[in-house]
Design a binder for this molecule. Structure first.
Ligand code: ZN
Length: 154
């Protein structure tokens, strides 16, 4: 398992552009961008098609962040789910590799998976700030990689 840092330095800064066939993110200047439109490289640069780290992670059914929201239902549940989706969307806007993978109701709990551990942490903290009665507990699982697990209990 590669570290987040290694994944971000995808391709070891090799020449050319990498395009993800799934999300159309483009890798150049050592980071991922939403599209290739602003790429001001040489026209003869090679373009390689390769899954980006976020889509690779999703394909492999892996995740780096998990938020579990307990004892939430009705209106509050809808609001919390929308808040989490909005945080996920703005994270993705800023950084194409930071994504909300899924948000599902599992055995009465809202389970949220993200491609990046700090994204899960910030989702949980923002839910905690929005709802005073919600208690937030964050832990990190060392193995197999730095998965953050944030539990929000209403
Ligand atoms: Zn992609």
């Amino acid at each position: 398992m590669k570290s987040a840092k290694e994944r971000e330095e995808f391709g070891g800064g090799k020449q050319g552009v990498i395009l993800c066939p799934v999300c159309k993110a483009a890798y150049y200047k050592k980071s991922w961008h939403h599209d290739i439109a602003h790429f001001a490289g040489k026209e003869d640069m090679p373009v390689n098609f390769l899954l980006c780290p976020a889509d690779q992670m999703i394909k492999d059914k892996q995740y780096e962040g998990k938020v579990v929201v307990k004892n939430v239902s009705g209106e509050t549940e809808i609001e919390v789910a929308n808040l989490i989706k909005n945080i996920g969307f703005s994270a993705f806007e800023k950084e194409p590799m930071h994504r909300l993978i899924s948000i599902e109701k599992v055995k009465g709990e809202l389970v949220v998976l993200t491609t990046e551990n700090q994204l899960a942490v910030s989702m949980a903290k923002k839910v905690g700030e929005a709802y005073k009665k919600a208690k937030v507990k964050i832990s990190f699982a060392k193995e197999p990689n730095d998965v953050a697990i944030a539990v929000v209990e209403f």
